[in-house]
Structures are given as C-alpha cells and as structure tokens.
Design a protein around this ligand. Structure first.
Ligand SMILES: Nc1ncnc2c1ncn2[C@@H]1O[C@H](COP(=O)(O)OP(=O)(O)O)[C@@H](O)[C@H]1O
Ligand SMILES: [Mg+2]
Length: 266
C-alpha cells in the first residue's frame, strides 16, 4: 500500500526498481548490435507499469537486465538502493513461454523456487497450493503440464513467480501466445491477482487495450536501439473493468499510445 509520510508533505512514491541509463549492445561475429540506449525509469512501490514497443526493440533484453540475468553493457539497475547484479528472490520473472518442467506436476512446478532454497516439503507445498488457488487453478495441483491449455500453463508460470513472495514481478508478454478471448480473461484475472498480492509489476505487452486496462503508467519504447520514447499515465479509476475501455478517456489514451509507437525495421 502507498503510505503518507507522517511528517511533512508526501515525498512521493518510493521507487522499488529503477533502470539508470541502461544500455546494451550484443556482440557477435558479424559485429555489434546496439539494442538498448540510455533506458531510465523508476517503478514506484505497488505500481503497475506496462511496456509497449515494436517487435525487436529490446523489451525482453531489458527484462533480462532488470531481473539480473544479463549484465548491461553500461548503466545499472537498482532494487531500492542496491545494484541488481544477479537473479534474486525479490524479483520474479515470467517469460513469454511458460517453461514448465514436463515431468513435474503443477504443484511441484510452482513449489520449485522454494525447493531450491531448501524450504521443507510441507511448507512449500502449502505455499504452492495457496498460489495455485490464487491464480484460479484449484483442482489442478496433481496435473502434468502436457494436460494444461496454454492459458493454464501461463497461470502456473505466474504462480511459480509469485510463490517466493517477490516485491517486483516482471512479465514478458505472458499472454502473447494465447487466443484473444483467453488473453482478455487472463488480463482481468491478473488485475484480481495483483490486487491480492499488492506488488510492483512491469509487464511487456503488445496489446494497447490490455496496457490501459492494467497499468498505472504505460511506457512506450522506440524501435531498436530501444529507449523510452513516451510515458502515458492512465488515470482511469480502480477497480478497473473491461467496460472502462469504452470510455472517452481510454479511447484518447489508446490513440495517444498508438501514435507514439514508431515502427522499426523488423
Ligand atoms: N542473446 C542475443 N544475442 C544477440 N542478439 C540478441 C540476443 N537476444 C536478443 N538479440 C537481438 O536483440 C534485439 C532485441 O531483442 P529482444 O530484446 O528480444 O526484443 P523484443 O523483446 O522487444 O522483441 C533483436 O534484434 C534480437 O535479435
Ligand atoms: Mg520479447
């Protein structure tokens, strides 16, 4: 929850995760590919931010850097005041593909992060079951990934990212591979889940309506090399419902965001 300072004026929202002039260049035999240039932004505590931008502009690369999986060529990432130089439990990452382990049940997939840190079986199973219920998969704990739909597999991936209680959740087009109806439903589910866990979220999406439905702010990235081209605050009231997307304000925002997205060469 956002809190007011007891003394004096509200100092403003506290940043949780911030990117400070993050740049990245991939080196290969064929030369250097600059992918990100001077990307800077802050995520306020419990803020939901969506990141949109043309394909290939560096969104996934940025998420890898933010979660400590990839060191940036220059610049840095701070979690509170600490540099992020390796993956850590306080930052959860959901990839575009669910990447579940096919030989493990839903319960054992979700419990995996807790197993890796040596939490006793009964505790980790209880925590995993609570997350499975939260993402709406009660009754599927004993199911194997092969028997899940794409939408269900992504719910499992979200539960697995949430089970260790991260402060920040990074979501990389989590609904990108799903049909339109399923993704609309999951976006509304995600709103409900986010309201239950009260965390900070950065979500990459290519759906402008989805970004307006979910986000407090929408960041627009330029074509590669990516940087933040524009920021749109979404001043729609919460709780949000899909009906709000028909409001004049949402229409105006959608036009603004669409206009700000420049298409790259890819
Ligand atoms: N490991 C890598 N090595 C070399 N080039 C990469 C690597 N990962 C991504 N790229 C390139 O970097 C660019 C940005 O990729 P990515 O971050 O996946 O973009 P987005 O997620 O916005 O679609 C693309 O041109 C991609 O081919
Ligand atoms: Mg990507």
């Amino acid at each position: 929850m956002r809190s007011q300072s007891p003394a004096g004026p509200d100092p403003g929202p506290t940043p949780t995760l911030s990117a400070q002039r993050v740049s990245h260049t991939f080196l290969s035999e064929t030369g250097a590919l600059p992918v990100l240039v001077d990307v800077s932004f802050e995520l306020a505590r419990n803020e939901f931010v969506c990141l949109v931008g043309p394909s290939g502009c560096g969104k996934s690369t940025l998420l890898h850097i933010l979660s400590g999986l990839l060191p940036p060529t220059s610049g840095m990432v701070l979690l509170d005041d600490e540099p992020v130089t390796r993956p850590r439990r306080r930052i959860g990452h959901v990839f575009q593909q669910a990447n579940l382990m096919p030989w493990r049940t839903v319960l054992d997939n979700v419990a995996l992060p807790l197993e890796l840190i040596g939490q006793p079986r009964d505790e980790r199973e209880a925590a995993a079951q609570a997350m499975i219920d939260l993402v709406g998969l009660d009754g599927f704990a004993a199911t194997y990934p092969a028997d899940l739909s794409g939408g269900m597999a992504q719910r499992v991936a979200i539960a697995r990212a949430l089970v260790a209680g991260p402060d920040v959740l990074l979501l990389d087009e989590p609904f990108g591979a799903l049909d339109a109806l399923t993704r609309d439903l999951l976006a509304e589910e995600l709103l409900r889940i986010w309201q239950a866990v009260h965390g900070t979220v950065l979500m990459v999406t290519h759906s402008i309506p989805e970004s307006i439905l979910l986000a407090d702010r929408v960041l627009v990235m330029s074509p590669r090399p990516g940087h933040i081209d524009a920021v749109f605050p979404v001043d729609l009231p919460r709780p949000r419902t899909a009906d709000m997307l028909h409001s004049p304000l949402a229409g105006e925002l959608a036009r603004g965001i669409r206009g700000a997205i420049r298409l790259g060469a890819e």
